[in-house]
Design a binder for this molecule. Structure first.
Ligand SMILES: [Cu+2]
Length: 155
């Protein structure tokens, strides 16, 4: 039996649309900070590479391990490092943004489960393109950046 012409056309379409996936943001070195039981917050770090020819903005993230994830940055205010909420994180075309201790990070607020070293947390990223990307971030012991007061005193 021969394959119907329409089916062949549909298969061709799928092959043609696949390269678009190559433009997706590349997520590397994702990790979540292990915290003692009962801790209300933790933080996630990763490297985001945008291979596309247009800028992409990370506008939000979510996980079942916390009630909310906020995008945060650290800023020096009068010589004191303070954590500030970042509305979104721009990843320039062909560029890379590092989320690391002492800088940009994702704040996991209202932890719903213990974050034990060796386990992993599923995080879903949301971009301004309307696309979402899920990743598994291993829970690791991550030291605070030295000289950085990471006291999470948000209002
Ligand atoms: Cu924070």
């Amino acid at each position: 039996m021969k394959l119907p012409r329409q089916l062949l056309a549909a298969v061709g379409l799928i092959v043609v649309t696949l390269p678009a996936l190559a433009d997706a943001v590349v997520i590397e070195h994702a990790q979540v900070r292990a915290v003692p039981p009962g801790s209300p917050t933790s933080a996630a770090f990763m490297s985001l590479h945008n291979p596309a020819e247009r800028d992409v903005r990370l506008v939000g993230a979510s996980t079942s391990a916390a009630e909310v994830i906020e995008l945060h940055n650290h800023q020096s205010v009068d010589g004191v490092m303070q954590m500030r909420r970042a509305g979104e994180i721009a990843i320039p075309a062909g560029g890379r943004v590092e989320l690391a201790p002492g800088g940009l990070h994702m704040m996991l607020i209202g932890l719903t489960e213990p974050l034990v070293e060796g386990e992993s947390v599923r995080i879903e990223l949301e971009f301004d393109t309307g696309e979402t990307q899920a990743l598994q971030a291993p829970v690791k012991r991550i030291l605070e950046q030295s000289g950085n007061d990471h006291a999470h005193g948000h209002q």
